[in-house]
Design a protein around this ligand. Structure first.
Ligand SMILES: [Zn+2]
Length: 198
């Protein structure tokens, strides 16, 4: 539950994690009976905060709050696939294993992104926060060698439809939920709360 008053937080000091507060909570268990009242087991409610480290992907998530979409590119001249550009963001080139260069693909996305394929889902797993049905789209860009999966917040998905990214620049979550998509031509007044164009 997010309402726990002393929910733990983490800071980095001198390159080390410094957690403070509480991270694990145990709620009362309850018995599980069958129709005759025979005990089968218990529920064990547990509330755990997972500390998720972004490592070399942190620049991608940090840029979303500024309305920028970052990808990466292999610039190793000795790589057979030099120049390959990755979106989603890949820290290392999968071919030569060199560290990729971060590239800003916001303009490329705004001018060339189209729906490659899509999937509409009415049912989701636990912890989904997107409004249903979710319109998942795979987005392709000119000059980018991979395809990015996202969700379409406004409009109907059609293969080949031009789309533009939108960013949760107000109260960002610093997760992939700060990035969404709308069909090109969507008015700013139609965007979900907190989102703006890049
Ligand atoms: Zn490479």
């Amino acid at each position: 539950m997010s309402g726990r008053a002393d929910r733990g937080t983490v800071k980095i000091v001198n390159g080390r994690y410094r957690p403070s507060g509480h991270f694990h909570y145990i709620d009362a268990n309850t018995p599980i009976y069958d129709e005759s009242g025979k005990l089968w087991g218990v529920t064990n409610p547990r509330d755990i905060t997972h500390i998720h480290t972004y490592g070399g992907e942190a620049p991608f998530f940090e840029a979303l709050k500024d309305g920028r979409l970052l990808g990466t590119k292999c610039e190793n001249p000795d790589c057979d696939y030099v120049g390959t550009t990755y979106m989603p963001f890949r820290i290392h080139c999968p071919d030569c294993l060199a560290r990729n260069t971060v590239v800003d693909l916001t303009k490329v996305a705004n001018s060339t992104a189209v729906i490659h394929s899509f999937m509409v889902t009415e049912r989701t797993g636990a912890f989904n926060t997107l409004p249903k049905p979710i319109k998942f789209i795979n987005v392709e860009f000119d000059g980018v060698d991979t395809i990015l999966m996202g969700s379409l917040a406004v409009g109907d998905p059609i293969i080949g439809q031009a789309v533009v990214p939108i960013f949760k620049t107000q109260d960002p979550t610093f997760t992939i939920l700060d990035l969404s998509w709308v069909v090109k031509g969507t008015d700013a007044s139609e965007l979900p709360a907190g989102f703006s164009f890049g």
